[in-house]
Design a binder for this molecule. Structure first.
Ligand code: AMP
Length: 266
């Protein structure tokens, strides 16, 4: 049997969340390939493509320490040559959550991940649950397009105070960094409410909204309680429910999510 390749696609500016995915990949492959590519097709005009933080030397250290032995670092011309015209689009998953405010985003993600899969040819690929909708989309795409690749989801890695790690956290001023905690606080509150027997989704969203409203620079994109498979909005909490949030703190758009469970509380 040949060597098994485990793959972790990223946009770089690596943090402990990425490192945990690399370590997970190392459990599944003999070779661990990390890609770093800030993919222009998943950014809309006016989003942060140019500002997106980059640090190849720092990334190389994090990647090596976590167990990656190949870094694939293509440039834009290599990925999207002159006259590029092929895109991968899913019909249903992008019609929810982040897809509503970022209409071209998931077509860019599906396209670049397809290209990376064809280039790297991994046996396994690891994606973070931090981008829950993205993970769902990749799983669907792999089934629909018959990719022979095992997809693994890695848990969300958080800062000690609960903020989900993100390369975009670097944009936050100290005041915004403090306000950014409202996403995690909303999710925690939701977990507590479900444990206490609350089953009306609107009550949970209202509590989250109240927490976020206390932050002067926060602007809610969405607070959603939805079916974890289809992402359709639900009104009654039954079994497992995904709570997902997107909130702008100043100009920085942050996302977070948690699975709420009526059986175990969260
Ligand atoms: P990005 O570089 O932000 O495109 O993310 C690359 C991969 O890392 C994606 O699969 C993300 O879901 C994952 N990721 C980002 N942040 C975290 C985190 N805090 N915990 C776990 N995985 C993460």
């Amino acid at each position: 049997m040949g060597r098994r390749i485990a793959f972790v696609p990223t946009m770089g500016f690596l943090h402990k969340g990425h490192a945990s995915l690399i370590r997970e990949a190392a459990r599944h492959g003999d070779d661990v390939v990390l890609s770093i590519f800030v993919n222009p097709t998943q950014f809309a005009p006016g989003e942060d493509l140019e500002a997106y933080p980059r640090d190849f030397d720092g990334d190389r250290k994090v990647a090596e320490k976590a167990g990656a032995n190949v870094i694939y670092f293509p440039d834009v011309k290599e990925m999207y040559g002159k006259n590029y015209q092929t895109f991968v689009e899913l019909e249903k998953i992008p019609a929810h959550l982040c897809g509503l405010s970022r209409p071209v985003h998931f077509r860019g993600v599906a396209t670049v991940v397809t290209k990376l899969f064809n280039i790297v040819k991994p046996h396994t690929a690891v994606f973070g649950q931090k981008d829950y909708q993205q993970l769902l989309l990749i799983r669907q795409m792999v089934r629909d397009l018959n990719f022979d690749i095992e997809i693994i989801g890695g848990p969300i890695v958080r800062e000690p105070d609960g903020l989900a790690m993100s390369s975009r956290n670097t944009y936050l001023t100290p005041a915004h960094r403090r306000q950014a905690l409202c996403l995690y606080q909303s999710l925690q509150k939701a977990g507590e409410m479900v444990s206490a027997g609350v089953r009306v989704a609107a009550e949970i969203s209202a509590a989250a909204k109240a927490i976020i409203k206390t932050c002067p620079d926060a602007q809610i994109d969405y607070i959603a309680l939805c079916n974890p498979e289809t992402l359709e909005i639900i009104s009654d909490i039954k079994g497992q429910v995904l709570m997902a949030l997107a909130v702008k703190i100043g100009n920085t758009r942050l996302i977070d999510n948690m699975l709420l469970n009526t059986e175990s509380g969260t």
